[in-house]
Design a protein around this ligand. Structure first.
Ligand code: ADP
Ligand code: MG
Length: 238
């Protein structure tokens, strides 16, 4: 079961504590969004799940296994960043195949997984193109393709749409949700955009200055905000 359990997690950089004891349970197959203003600690928490930051206090378990001391590449996760850097000198196919080649997967397996991911993402006609020959949305799909081919237990997204224009952002929200409907991969998705959170999440975690203010389904937060911060944040225009 691809659950993610965040238990009493604290993070300090030097003497400054930026996460003050966070508890979040992500169920198998759930699409959970961490939302909150810039600087509240969303990326830090996501990077701790990925193993890119160490955990000062508390523990994180993925699929029931405590991963505090597990290296990033030993965690069954795949991360899509805001600044998805594609390899400019590689085709779409090779960009998606790269991590599988590194892992020494057999060519037939690589070809099958890349083909399947391209099909899901509508990238089949573009497999032989280079990143510079793609639109912003297509590049974003390749970045997601690179994550999908690894069949991870958990997808981690950090503001994947924030470099796209407004129209494309709305379209990609729907595509990412559609992808989740198909694959049902447990997902933790970070955004500062409350509209994105309200429209995409099964469950929203509202963060503020290193604390969790409320956790609930979009409608629950809308109908019964726990405090003025949540009410103000959810209710403010994008
Ligand atoms: P968010 O993603 O919600 O905008 P971050 O997780 O990036 O917030 O940052 C949370 C806080 O931690 C901020 O005050 C930020 O300045 C601080 N921070 C993040 N990374 C580091 C770091 N490597 N060293 C020192 N402080 C950091
Ligand atoms: Mg961030």
């Amino acid at each position: 079961m691809a659950t993610v359990s965040i238990r009493s997690v604290r993070k300090a950089f030097g003497s400054t504590e930026v996460l003050h004891g966070v508890d979040v349970e992500v169920q198998d197959g759930e699409f959970v969004i961490l939302v909150g203003p810039s600087g509240c600690g969303k990326s830090t928490l996501l990077r701790m799940i990925a193993g890119l930051e160490n955990i000062t206090r508390g523990e994180i378990a993925i699929g029931g296994r405590v991963v505090n001391n597990v290296a990033p590449k030993e965690r069954d996760i795949a991360m899509v960043f805001q600044n998805y850097a594609l390899y400019p000198h590689m085709t779409v196919r090779d960009n998606m195949a790269f991590s599988l080649k590194l892992a020494k997967a057999p060519p037939a397996v690589i070809s099958d997984k890349v083909g399947r991911a391209a099909d899901i993402l509508g990238l089949t006609p573009y497999l032989d193109r280079y990143p510079r020959q793609l639109s912003g949305g297509q590049r974003q799909r390749v970045a997601m393709g690179r994550a999908i081919v690894r069949d991870p237990q958990v997808f981690l997204f950090d503001e994947p749409l924030s470099n796209l224009d407004a129209k494309l952002r709305v379209q990609m929200r729907a595509e990412i949700k559609d992808l989740h409907q198909r694959l049902k991969t447990t997902t933790v998705y970070v955004t500062h955009d409350q509209i994105e959170a309200m429209t995409m999440a099964d469950k929203i975690v509202v963060m503020h200055a290193g604390n969790v203010e409320q956790i609930g389904a979009p409608l629950e937060l809308y109908d019964r905000p726990a405090n003025l911060f949540v009410a103000g944040f959810i209710g403010s225009p994008a």
